[in-house]
Design a protein around this ligand. Structure first.
Ligand SMILES: NC(=O)c1ccc[n+]([C@@H]2O[C@H](COP(=O)([O-])OP(=O)(O)OC[C@H]3O[C@@H](n4cnc5c(N)ncnc54)[C@H](O)[C@@H]3O)[C@@H](O)[C@H]2O)c1
Length: 270
């Protein structure tokens, strides 16, 4: 899909990958609705984009951890720019560690943000998209959604579910004009991987990510995503090594699991 003149929505766009996606889509000529629960950083992103092209960006302070939060965001975007051509469910959190140390409230919160938010957004976009015979749903999952996340059950499970949802969406609605792309990066240099406080990838998870391959800059990831959207390709894997790890996983699960246990032991000793 060519994004010139299109309306796009990006969640989790106050910084990191989401802000980089918003800047990339905007540079391609799109109108951009940026959404996040962090109002100050979000407003700065919208102001930056509007300074480049007046009235081309809208900041919507939103909490997408509920169905109503997603409905309110979609309604605000439509009220400003009309038909939403592309929705990017990118907001995510990396909290939760082991079974012993993660309570029910944390499991529910992570599943709501990393998985159910995608479903809620798609649910409230699909009617209009099916009627129009077009619509583009994108999500940020993670390499952890294809492999696993050392140290975090919540992150592993919620991101696998996000990949599963994106695949199912493409299978179910692809023949009705709906396009789907999901982003599965490994390490990206954002607050999540390098937190200014204690909210980033928990425990030894960040060390495992950094030990597994290159840490990319958000703008470079956004460039790769943009190319995949132009070509309407499903899976964006900015780290080529993830493909190799996936092949090894599929070839021999027991060997792959043993290797993951060795990596876990290594990073917990770092
Ligand atoms: N950084 C990495 O190494 C990495 C790797 C793989 C996947 N990801 C995924 O990329 C996506 C973007 O993360 P990032 O790395 O840019 O980190 P980030 O922390 O900079 O960005 C995440 C954004 O989501 C927002 N957010 C979280 N919960 C929200 C909610 N309930 N409502 C509205 N906004 C909410 C945060 O305020 C933040 O601005 C996430 O889905 C993350 O899981 C990141």
């Amino acid at each position: 899909m060519n994004l010139d003149g299109k309306t796009t929505v990006v969640t989790g766009a106050a910084g990191g990958i989401g802000a980089a996606l918003a800047r990339r889509f905007h540079a391609a000529g799109a109108r951009v609705v940026v959404a996040d629960r962090d109002a100050d950083r979000l407003n700065a992103v919208a102001a930056e984009l509007n300074a480049i092209r007046p009235d081309s960006a809208l900041a919507v302070v939103a909490d997408i951890s509920s169905e109503q939060g997603n409905i309110d965001l979609i309604e605000a975007a439509r009220a400003k720019f009309g038909f939403i051509n592309l929705f990017f469910a990118n907001a995510g959190v990396a909290v939760g560690t082991t079974l012993e140390d993660t309570d029910e409230a944390t499991w529910n919160m992570v599943m709501n943000i990393n998985t159910h938010a995608h479903r809620w957004a798609a649910k409230h976009l699909m009617g209009e998209w099916i009627a129009a015979g077009e619509g583009y749903f994108c999500s940020t999952a993670s390499a952890a959604g294809l492999l696993s996340q050392i140290g975090s059950g919540t992150y592993s499970v919620s991101k696998h579910a996000a990949v599963a949802f994106a695949e199912w969406l493409s299978i179910t609605y692809g023949d009705r004009g709906i396009r789907v792309t999901t982003l599965c990066p490994q390490g990206v240099n954002t607050n999540m991987l390098n937190p200014p406080d204690a909210t980033g990838i928990a425990s030894n998870g960040g060390s495992a990510v950094k030990a597994s391959g290159a840490v990319l800059e958000p703008a470079d990831v956004a460039d790769v995503v943009y190319q995949h959207i132009l070509e309407e390709k499903f899976l964006v894997m900015p780290h080529p090594e993830v493909h190799t790890y996936e092949e090894r996983k599929v070839a021999d699960r027991d060997r792959w699991l043993a290797g993951m246990r060795r990596l876990q032991a290594k990073v917990s000793g770092l």
